[in-house]
Design a binder for this molecule. Structure first.
Ligand code: 9MR
Length: 372
């Protein structure tokens, strides 16, 4: 008797034959290998989107705040924090048995607005910015000490060609802002895992730059546990082979890997556009919004194949992967409906606009079960 028939007989005997209602969930299966999570927005944690909340409870064992822990939101003025939504997110996670991840401490986008300039609007000195960065990181990490498993310490600090992004942190402090940020975060919560997080990490130049960063941080004695590969993929990029090369390169540099913002953009992109730089936006045109009534059969096949291609790579490398997090719960609320063109109908996630699990979910689960 083959393994599957035997398992089916056992489940019949135990009265647990898999029915439609009892299909295995992501956390029951992939959760045996790594944390499996979703980014949650403030509607979910404040009880305004119970459909998505139910999906998170059922399928995921880890959450990350999509927006409310970003500098601009949590630290609107130098001596004023807005903890409300972040507190609620951490509390909701705990009440619902979720491992909570923090996103993000140092980022050029949505930073605390006051961070880089003085009262006259002039750039602050290196010493002032280090001091402000210290207080921001220390206050935020300390508030959730012991309750947040790990932090995206620095987010998106490289250009696609592997050079440093010329952020105010880089321009004012210099390249040692990385080690300072990791050091401050570690001092505030020595038990928290610390991550470097970025997009387009299948790109060889960016991959090499991040490997150099990991090695440098380690040489300087900083704690860094993992590289977060955001994994904002498209229907025809990146190459799974390059994606896998990056996983292996980061592991060889001495850290674990996690897929932190997984989704698949199914819509045509303007001017061969890649990446996930939120600042870039393009004019709406109906030719860029072809699936307002649903994906075609052909597009749906491509969607499934892309998910399966990347999850095959993830499955093969599962021993080195700490977590896989989807960037959102259902297609309805994905950021990809509004970026890089506002007002489109996109299909990037594993759950549809009616809160229904897409067929690819069970295909992913089957892939993991077959390789156990
Ligand atoms: O999904 C997030 C969207 O709601 C915000 O408007 C945007 C700007 O803060 O950020 C999006 O999340 C980004 C994440 O924080 C960092 N990597 C790229 C993500 C998609 O832009």
């Amino acid at each position: 008797m083959n393994k599957k028939i035997a398992l089916f007989c056992v489940s019949l005997l135990l009265g647990t034959a898999t029915t439609q209602a009892q299909k295995p969930t992501l956390k029951e299966t992939l959760g045996k290998d790594f944390l499996v999570g979703a980014a949650v927005n403030v509607d979910i944690v404040n009880g305004r989107d119970e459909g998505s909340a139910d999906i998170v409870r059922k399928h995921f064992n880890s959450i990350v705040a999509e927006n409310c822990m970003k500098g601009e939101e949590i630290h609107p003025e130098e001596h004023r924090y807005n903890w409300t939504d972040a507190d609620k997110t951490v509390q909701w996670g705990e009440e619902n048995g979720q491992v909570v991840i923090g996103h993000c401490l140092v980022w050029h986008s949505q930073p605390p607005k006051w961070m880089f300039t003085d009262k006259q609007g002039k750039p602050v000195t290196r010493a002032v910015l280090i001091d402000r960065m210290y207080h921001h990181i220390t206050d935020v990490v300390t508030r959730y000490k012991g309750r947040i498993k790990g932090w995206d310490v620095v987010n998106e600090a490289f250009n696609d060609d592997g050079t440093y992004r010329k952020t105010p942190y880089y321009k004012i402090i210099g390249e040692d802002y990385f080690e300072l940020a990791f050091k401050f975060a570690h001092e505030a919560d020595p038990d928290a895992e610390l991550y470097y997080n970025d997009y387009s990490l299948s790109n060889p130049a960016k991959r090499d730059a991040v490997c150099r960063l990991v090695r440098r941080l380690k040489e300087k004695g900083c704690r860094i546990d993992a590289v977060g590969m955001q994994s904002h993929h498209g229907y025809d990029y990146p190459s799974p082979e390059e994606y896998e090369k990056s996983i292996k390169a980061f592991v060889a540099a001495g850290v674990k890997v996690q897929m932190t913002e997984f989704d698949i953009n199914m819509l045509p992109r303007p001017e061969n556009f890649h990446g996930a730089e939120v600042g870039q936006n393009f004019q709406y045109d109906t030719k860029y919004n072809p699936y307002t009534k649903g994906l075609t059969k052909k597009a749906n096949k491509i969607f499934e194949q892309q998910y399966l291609n990347f999850f095959k790579v993830i499955e093969r490398n599962k021993k080195d992967i700490l977590r896989v997090t989807l960037w959102g719960v259902t297609d309805a609320t994905s950021w990809l409906n509004d970026w890089p063109i506002h007002g489109r109908t996109n299909y990037p996630l594993l759950f549809d606009r009616d809160y229904k699990e897409k067929p690819v979910v069970q295909k992913i689960i089957k892939m993991f079960e077959e390789n156990r």
